[in-house]
Write a protein that binds this ligand. Structure first.
Ligand SMILES: CCCCCCCC(=O)SCCNC(=O)CCNC(=O)[C@H](O)C(C)(C)COP(=O)(O)OP(=O)(O)OC[C@H]1O[C@@H](n2cnc3c(N)ncnc32)[C@H](O)[C@@H]1OP(=O)(O)O
Length: 188
């Protein structure tokens, strides 16, 4: 499968996930849809790989911007920009698929976004790290269906520890603040 065709399939699957999350069809109509979806799963499983397609670390260091989780329909694709000031930035809009409290983003999903943008900033500097600690402060509910601005900046690098802070803002209101301690690991 070419990469473009894979991306198209992933996009179509995300659209399907959204449709499943919000459909209000009666039960009698859902049975036929379930059968069709099962049949698609069977068709795709005729040939499988062990793990999802991901960006290589080299691509992350060299390409600007980089798109995270482009090929995994269960994850949130994030186009990350790297401004001249050394930070990382991204804009994303979430929908009912990632709903937590009414009309708001699930807190764990905000944590995922923060881990990803903080982590990719560290990797963009050529540092191979894993998340050691991620702390989150939820200052306000993060709305669904509105553009969210994500930001990350490195505040300290001592020994193997890289400390990164970041936040999510919506309409100028900061809803989530994060601090991550990333630990350098030997390259495998
Ligand atoms: C591609 C897009 C970006 C993706 C971003 C997403 C990244 C992730 O989610 S990674 C997955 C989640 N993280 C993990 O699974 C990590 C699991 N943990 C581990 O592998 C290990 O505990 C690891 C590597 C963090 C530390 O183990 P180890 O290599 O033995 O380190 P260790 O010798 O104990 O400590 C090394 C240094 O790190 C510090 N450290 C270790 N663990 C932590 C921690 N959890 N928090 C803060 N500091 C820590 C130590 O204090 C020590 O500091 P110093 O050098 O200043 O004395």
């Amino acid at each position: 499968m070419s990469v473009d065709e894979r991306e198209r399939l992933v996009e179509a699957t995300r659209a399907l996930t959204y449709a499943v999350a919000v459909t209000d069809l009666p039960d009698e109509d859902l049975a036929a849809v379930s059968e069709a979806v099962d049949s698609l799963s069977r068709a795709l499983r005729k040939q499988t790989r062990k793990r999802c397609v991901t960006e290589s670390v080299t691509a992350v260091v060299e390409s600007r911007p980089v798109v995270l989780d482009r090929y995994n329909p269960a994850m949130i694709p994030l186009e990350v920009r790297f401004p001249e000031d050394g930070t990382a930035a991204a804009t994303v809009t979430l929908n009912a698929v990632h709903q937590g409290p009414t009309d708001s983003v699930h807190g764990g999903v905000s944590g995922l976004l923060m881990d990803n943008i903080l982590g990719i900033l560290v990797q963009s500097k050529g540092l191979l790290c894993v998340t050691g600690t991620l702390s989150l402060r939820y200052r306000a509910l993060t709305p669904l269906d509105r553009p969210l601005e994500l930001r990350a900046e490195i505040v300290d690098h001592s020994g193997r520890r890289v400390t990164v802070t970041g936040w999510i803002e919506c309409g100028g209101v900061r809803t989530v603040e994060a601090t991550g301690v990333f630990i350098e690991v030997p390259s495998r």
